[in-house]
Design a protein around this ligand. Structure first.
Ligand code: AMP
Ligand code: MN
Ligand code: MN
Ligand code: MN
Length: 285
């Protein structure tokens, strides 16, 4: 498959504040070197890397858009919603993210307990030490399982234990979609449904989701996600037009080790869409 062209805008990336492998400032430098000039840092359920990233971005003359990728519950499923350009000091958003952090920690302990019962001791401690003070995710468990020799790569850790429906997968107590849309709205941010084709939804359920999302404060959806195939981009563009949602673009970059997902390696947005960066709420504070 050919590499997508470079884009100067990338609105979905991770750092060591959650499960990325680059520090916030190293991520910014890496994205800048790749030609990105408007970058959103969207770590899972936290904004801890934003200040450091903004500092480095200012030094490089690029724009760092504050953000976070929030895990939400909708019809018993977990979905991801990006908050772009919120006031990260807003008390409602802060209280919500504190609640998510507590859910993440409780789930991580439960995952450790499951793995322990499966004969893999010390996984919580291992994952916690990789995450250090940062937001703990299943990716930290996967990295620990690889490092401890339990499986050859992260993908097999998800296939064997951590993926949905696998024995060490524990569903977390994520906040309901409507609550998260309220937090984002309170903080003046833009709510973007992340990577909509990754949830295994039927067409009917996808339409129900997009209807609910757009009726309760959702403003945009990702149309260009990572290295998604052009046909996926076209499908998502069709949904965005139909539901009146603005369109976002993001690599979902986590690590320089994955050559297929790099900052700014994104296809152009199809025509007839409202780019999320043209919304008023995207303007710098
Ligand atoms: P969590 O939000 O704690 O459920 O963790 C989900 C994270 O795990 C995602 O954001 C990805 O970064 C990572 N992940 C999910 N599936 C895989 C996979 N098959 N291989 C590597 N990383 C994955
Ligand atoms: Mn992740
Ligand atoms: Mn995600
Ligand atoms: Mn992500």
């Amino acid at each position: 498959m050919s590499q997508p062209p470079l884009s100067a805008i990338d609105l979905h990336t991770h750092s060591t504040a959650s499960d990325g492998t680059l520090s916030p400032s190293a991520l910014v430098a890496h994205a800048h070197a790749a030609g990105v000039r408007t970058l959103a840092l969207t770590d899972h359920d936290c904004t801890d890397g934003i200040a450091e990233a903004q500092h480095r971005a200012a030094a490089l003359g690029m724009r760092l858009v504050p953000g976070t990728e929030i895990s939400v519950r909708w019809e018993r499923r977990t979905l991801h919603v990006l908050a772009l350009n919120p006031d990260i000091d807003d008390p409602t958003l802060r209280a919500g993210l504190d609640q998510q952090a507590a859910s993440r920690d409780a789930r991580a302990r439960a995952i450790g307990h499951r793995l322990d019962k499966l004969g893999i001791a010390g996984a919580y401690e291992g994952a916690r030490s990789l995450a250090a003070e940062s937001m703990i995710t299943r990716a930290h468990f996967a990295r620990h399982l690889v490092a401890a020799g339990h499986c050859p790569d992260m993908n097999s850790a998800f296939k064997r234990w951590l993926g949905n429906g696998k024995r060490a997968n524990v569903s977390a107590d994520w906040a309901p979609l409507e609550d998260v849309l309220d937090w984002i709205g309170a903080a003046g941010g833009i709510a973007v449904l992340a990577h909509p084709t990754t949830y295994g939804l039927t067409g009917a359920r996808m339409r129900r989701l997009l209807d609910a999302f757009s009726q309760t404060g959702g403003a945009a959806m990702e149309v260009v996600c990572g290295n998604a195939h052009p046909s996926v981009v076209e499908t998502l563009a069709g949904y965005a037009r139909r539901f009146g949602l603005a369109a976002s673009v993001g690599s979902d970059f986590h690590t320089p080790d994955n050559p297929w997902v790099q900052p700014g390696r994104l296809r152009a947005l199809p025509s007839g869409l409202q780019p999320v960066w043209e919304l008023d709420a995207f303007a710098p504070a």
